[in-house]
Design a protein around this ligand. Sequence first.
Ligand SMILES: Cc1cc2nc3c(=O)[nH]c(=O)nc-3n(C[C@H](O)[C@H](O)[C@H](O)COP(=O)(O)OP(=O)(O)OC[C@H]3O[C@@H](n4cnc5c(N)ncnc54)[C@H](O)[C@@H]3O)c2cc1C
Length: 473
Amino acid sequence: MRTIVWFRGKDLRISDHAPLCNAVSAGEVLPLFVLDPYFFAPSRAQEIPHRIQFLLESLVVLESNLRSRGSRLVVIKGKSVDVVPRIVQSWKADRVVAHSWVAPIGRERDRLIAEVLGDRIELFDGETLLQPGTLRSGSAKPYSVFSPFSRAWLRAFTSQKPLTAPRSLPPVAGEIADQSVPLPSCEDLGVTPNPRLQRGGERAARERLRAFLHGPAAAYAEQRNRLDLDGTSRLSADLKFGTLSVRQVWVAVREALGDTASARAFQNELIWREFTHSTLWDRPELMQQPFRSEFKGFPWRKDDAGWNAWVSGETGYPVVDAAARQLLGEGFVHNRARMISASFLTKHLMIDYRLGEANYMKYLTDGDWAQNNASWQWSAGCGCDAQPYFRVFNPVTQGKKFDPHGNYVRRWVPELAKMPAKYIHCPWETPNRVLDEADVRLGDSYPRPMVDHKQARQRYLDVASAHLKGGKK
Ligand SMILES: Cc1cc2nc3c(=O)[nH]c(=O)nc-3n(C[C@H](O)[C@H](O)[C@H](O)COP(=O)(O)OP(=O)(O)OC[C@H]3O[C@@H](n4cnc5c(N)ncnc54)[C@H](O)[C@@H]3O)c2cc1C
């Protein structure tokens, strides 16, 4: 049996890779990656620089892991829908195996390819722990509330051991290998590498997992919300690109922490991940529209100045600005800071959540269709089991609570580095003497707040409640 193992950017590993193991046990194997212009055309790659950097690094490691086992990665340029059937024909493959994708764009690609290949393409689960779209509520509908989803999920799930990587792989025959092109570098695609990004690849991912288990994991339940501490796993890009499988992470955490509060808190986040994927699987239209239909036609404001200040971290609210600058600086934002920042954009500034969602997809290394869309809709109050629309985070109290010493702000907003903890989240309420000592000149070295919290909150609540009641303001 000749099998093409099609790696598709969400499973960039050789361990716990069901399609690869299945192919090896069946005979000859051709590991394939397609440089689809949808992601790899330079103009497109430049729109998602951090994801491209992580993806390319992970591919280099994948190629080296395959080579060390006697195989190689065959890299072909072109549209997947053209390339895959062509390689099936020229290599006389019996079948193609791959992991299935939840994202609508991947499902459409797979539908088109299946039209040509029929049952010669076989998709395996593995992006999530439970197959998305399988859990149904008492009324046989997809869940729209997290808690019952989570309970049903825990009842349905049985943990299984991850698969080990194949020890050796059959070599790839010459003729097809000759068609392979070298993997491009960031520079080839016009992307300037960012040295502050996490390193891609399976080995770096394992190191991150190990560091988490030996470090913050035990106190995850208490510290995960603290902006100033390294209290979370930082595995989101690994889960997004599959340099670790979610099953490997689940099992490793369980083995290391047992049934503790921290293990349960961490696993709860992975179940949120399952919820977002299952939701998008059942409702692909959410990529375009809000889950709560009463939000359709919401009167979002067009506010270029507000938008530019939010993107560049110049709103005058230190924790919001720190989040924006962390995103641009290292392609990552702490979860709590994402929530504060998204709430500020959609409620204080009343700017359409879809713009924030797109900006996060542009710069987040872990930018993921299901998680990002669900989280933005949650923050804007229009999503599946979203936070109530009338809950408006106060960026000052959030900052004081989750960055109590101000170190998160100091790191990302260096012009406030000398501010004392008491005032760092509200420079405009700071006595002049303290500002002078900290070398802060409001409106000059650091902006004054671009909106007043109370007024902006009230403006939003008035507009939102009128819209949601169906009235006009
Ligand atoms: C506005 C907004 C946008 C977001 N966009 C993304 C995104 O594009 N990609 C992404 O992976 N996460 C996204 N999240 C969820 C969350 O912020 C990140 O998963 C988390 O911060 C990643 O850091 P970590 O790996 O250290 O998380 P940990 O706290 O260590 O959590 C472990 C894993 O659980 C998953 N997870 C954690 N929190 C959530 C959550 N709320 N919803 C779904 N899954 C979760 C992630 O895969 C994460 O790696 C977003 C959240 C918000 C509020």
